[in-house]
Design a protein around this ligand. Structure first.
Ligand code: TZP
Ligand code: MG
Length: 223
């Protein structure tokens, strides 16, 4: 399955970000604003609750034909028939996930170094999450903040591959065009940006997503 990565929403159910609102309704508003793919990211260990929420989210995303990817948990993705998974370096290995999931499932991999990116490409990942772009309170235990310079080095290293690419970490309305623009000087461009708090924590998630979509469309274009 090919996926439009241009405005990639990553969910967050922590009270500071969700602020008592219903996750499904926040995600629906964000999709109405222009989000093209959704990743359900929830670090809870309550598998039953994860499956229940993922199933509800899937009802929403399916209504709009937007793929739903599950962070970390291949078992949850399989349980609800999600379109794919997003795996970090410490999660299930790519080969195992590939074996367990349907043939056309999307598998994305978090990468912050050239080595990790090259390995994910060699494995056959559908896309790479490249980051952390900018330091962010949403994820403080990141291995590294690589900035636009580190992102360019990774993009250059995988220039011969058709793998998808999204930048993640601290991306907001003020810096999104810079992120896109600077990736243009790499030998491979970004296909999109992944956003957590600037959409999920926004007072109006639909308006925030709409503004991102506008900024992305008016920026020097993604390749
Ligand atoms: N991986 C690297 S940074 C990050 C993740 C999941 C969080 C990004 O959140 P925000 O709120 O968009 O900065
Ligand atoms: Mg993970």
């Amino acid at each position: 399955m090919s996926v439009d990565l241009s405005l990639y929403l990553v969910t967050d159910s922590t009270p500071a970000i969700l602020k008592g609102r219903d996750l499904c309704s926040v995600v629906e508003q964000a999709i109405q604003g222009g989000v093209t793919v959704v990743q359900y990211r929830d670090k809870s260990n309550d598998t039953g609750a994860l499956v229940e929420t993922a199933r509800k989210l899937h009802q929403v995303t399916k209504k709009y034909n937007v793929p739903l990817l599950i962070n970390d948990r291949v078992d949850v993705a399989l349980a609800i028939g999600a379109e794919g998974v997003h795996l970090g370096q410490d999660d299930m290995k790519f080969e195992q996930a590939k074996q367990l999931l349907p043939k056309d499932a999307i598998i994305g991999i978090s990468t912050s170094t050239v080595e990790e990116a090259k390995k994910a490409v060699a494995d056959g990942a559908d896309y790479l999450g490249i980051g952390t772009m900018f330091a962010t309170p949403t994820k403080t235990n990141t291995k590294s903040v690589i900035g636009t310079a580190g992102t360019q080095i990774i993009l250059d290293a995988i220039k011969d591959s058709s793998v998808g690419t999204v930048s993640i970490g601290g991306i907001n309305h003020s810096n999104v065009q810079r992120v896109i623009y600077q990736s243009k000087s790499s030998q491979k461009s970004l296909d999109g940006v992944a956003i957590v708090s600037a959409i999920v924590a926004a007072d109006d998630p639909k308006a925030s997503a709409q503004k991102f979509a506008e900024l992305i469309n008016n920026a020097p274009r993604f390749a």
